[in-house]
Ligand binder design. Sequence first.
Ligand SMILES: *[C@@H]1O[C@H](CO)[C@@H](O)[C@H](O)[C@H]1NC(C)=O
Ligand SMILES: *[C@@H]1O[C@H](CO)[C@@H](O)[C@H](O)[C@H]1NC(C)=O
Length: 278
Amino acid sequence: MKNIVVFFFLFSAAFAGNFNQNFDITWGDGRAKILNNGQLLTLSLDKTSGSGFKSKNKYLFGKIDMQLKLVPGNSAGTVTAYYLSSSGSSHDEIDFEFLGNLSGDPYILHTNVFTEGKGNREEQFYLWFDPTKDFHTYSVLWNPISIIFSVDGTPIRQFKNLESKGVPYPKSQPMWIFSSLWDADDWATRGGLVKTDWSQAPFTASYKNFNAQACTISQGSSSDACSKNSSGHSWLTESLDSSGQERIKWVQKNYMIYSYCTDNKRFPQGFPPECTIP
Ligand SMILES: *[C@@H]1O[C@H](CO)[C@@H](O)[C@H](O)[C@H]1NC(C)=O
Ligand SMILES: *[C@@H]1O[C@H](CO)[C@@H](O)[C@H](O)[C@H]1NC(C)=O
C-alpha cells in the first residue's frame, strides 16, 4: 500500500511540469533539447544558429513560473528571452530578456510590456544573485488587475490595468509562452560594445520546473474558457499587498538601472499615462 502511494506521488509530480507535454521546440536544428524525461530543457547557441521553444497551449491570464539557469562564463552578446506573446500586428507581449556579459560582470534583466502592438515600456534590473550558478524562478502573474513580474517570489515590476484611464491592457488575446537564445551582440552587452566570443560557443541556458496556473485556451475554444474556470482560482484576483509594494520599492531602489518612466529625453512631451498615475 505504502509503495503504491509513493508511486502515485512521484508520477503526478513528474507529470506537472513536463516539457514534452507542454512545449514544442520550434527552431535551432537540434540545438534545443528536452532531457530527463521532460524534466529539463536546454537551449544552445553557436555561430550558425540559436534555438527556441514555444508552448503548445495559449493562455488567457495565468500565474506562470519557470526556473532558468542562464549561460555561464563569458555570455557577452547573448540574449536569453523568455516571454508571453499573442500573434498579429496588434499583439500583446510580456517580456523577460536576459542580456549576457563578460565573466564576472552582471547580467541585465530587461523587461517590457506590449499592448496592442506597442511596447516602449522598458525597465532594466541587475539581479541580487549570479543567475548562472543555479536555477532561479522567474514568474509572471497576469490577471485582469495587473501584470506582476517576479524573481524568486520577489515582485520587481507591476503593470496595472489602467484601461479606465485610456491605457490599453492585455485582456482578450491569448498568449503563448516562448523562449529563445540568440546572438544580439550589436546591442546586448554594454550597448553593443562587447561582442560575442565565439570561441566560447556553444552557449547553453537551461529550464526546469515549469508551472502554470492559468486559463488554458486549447485549439478551437474561445476566451470564454477562462471565465468558466475562474471560480476558486485565487491568482485571478491576486494583487500586490503592502509587503509586495515594499519589496518592489526595494528592488527599484537597489537594482533598477533603467526605467522608461524616468527617461526625460525620450518623452519630451510628457511621460506615458501609466508612469504618472499612482
Ligand atoms: C556588463 O557589465 C558592465 C560593467 O560592469 C555593466 O556596465 C553592464 O551594465 C553589464 N551588463 C550588460 C548586459 O551590459
Ligand atoms: C477548467 O477546469 C477543469 C477542472 O479543473 C479542467 O478539466 C478544464 O480543462 C479547465 N478548462 C480550461 C479551459 O482550462
